[in-house]
Design a protein around this ligand. Structure first.
Ligand code: NAP
Length: 243
């Protein structure tokens, strides 16, 4: 009963990751989401069609208590299950120039990405270390590497996740638990649906936005046994926009 826990698995990149890990690696999926119950249910059906289990876990990754409670409850109800893969994918944006960024816009973006990484990883890592096997994959962003004007909060959250990825990888490599980050550029999803792709693609060497499935292909490789000697890395997937 091997499971992959994917946060923000209801839509966009997280949904594509759930489907890919089910299809290619044959993992059962533990699908976390926050509020879009309809999307989570639809994704679950698609995952189940691939012949694996898909359990839905609704919680806010920004809440330490809610995250711990939901994961502990699930683990107690599934004593035979092992979470071998964790994809910290849940994230939000609240864009605007820094001078106009209020405390709520600052905190909520940091809480979801960075503190979400803390909350969820804390809840599953000990089991991976005991099992001496695990894959942690953090969904970061080009913004966290180069910094993006209008996204100081988001760049800070993703930049901190990148550093945390590198540090944690060094702490736990001996236990055969790898920790890597995936840094997408512009990917088609609800997060980018209002962006002007025709204008922005002029700056992208591959001349288009990426697809969620293309990011999922990379996550699936990093989550597989084939990636056993890769840890502490940040892999760009941005159509050549930046590296
Ligand atoms: P999306 O389409 O907006 O989907 C976001 C997902 O995260 C949804 O499943 C949402 O759940 C979930 N979520 C949001 N807040 C949450 C919370 N507090 N607790 C639990 N789940 C939460 O976004 P996306 O484009 O797929 O992005 C996925 C990740 O990739 C994010 O970390 C994002 O920063 C990163 N990324 C995206 C791009 C891009 O161009 N799209 C580029 C670089 C990095 P509900 O359905 O319940 O709302």
């Amino acid at each position: 009963m091997k499971y992959a826990l994917v946060t923000g698995g209801s839509r966009g990149i997280g949904k594509a990751v759930c489907l890919k890990l089910a299809e290619e690696l044959k993992y059962n999926i533990l699908l976390n989401y926050h509020s879009n119950t309809e999307a989570a249910g639809a994704t679950r059906k698609e995952v189940q069609k691939l012949g694996v289990e898909c359990d839905i876990l609704k919680f806010d990754v920004a809440s330490t208590e809610a995250t711990q409670d939901a994961i502990e409850k699930w683990k107690n109800e599934h004593p035979e299950a092992k979470i071998e893969i964790l994809v910290n994918n849940a994230g939000i944006t609240k864009d605007g120039l820094f001078i106009w960024t209020n405390k709520e816009a600052w905190d909520s973006v940091i809480d979801t990405s960075l503190n979400g990484f803390y909350n969820v990883t804390q809840a599953v890592l000990k089991d991976m270390l005991r099992a001496r096997y695990g894959r942690v994959i953090n969904m970061v962003s080009l913004s966290g590497l180069k910094g993006n004007p209008g996204q100081v909060n988001y760049s800070a959250a993703k930049g901190a996740m990148i550093s945390a990825t590198k540090a944690l990888a060094q702490e736990i490599g001996k236990r055969k638990v790898t920790v890597n980050a995936v840094a997408p550029g512009f990917i088609q999803s609800d997060m980018t649906k209002d962006f002007d792709e025709a204008e922005l693609k002029k700056h992208i060497p591959i001349n288009r936005f990426g697809e969620a499935e293309e990011v999922a292909n990379l996550v699936s490789f990093l989550a597989s046994e084939k990636a056993s000697y890769i840890t502490g890395e940040v892999i760009n997937i941005n159509g050549g926009l930046y590296s």
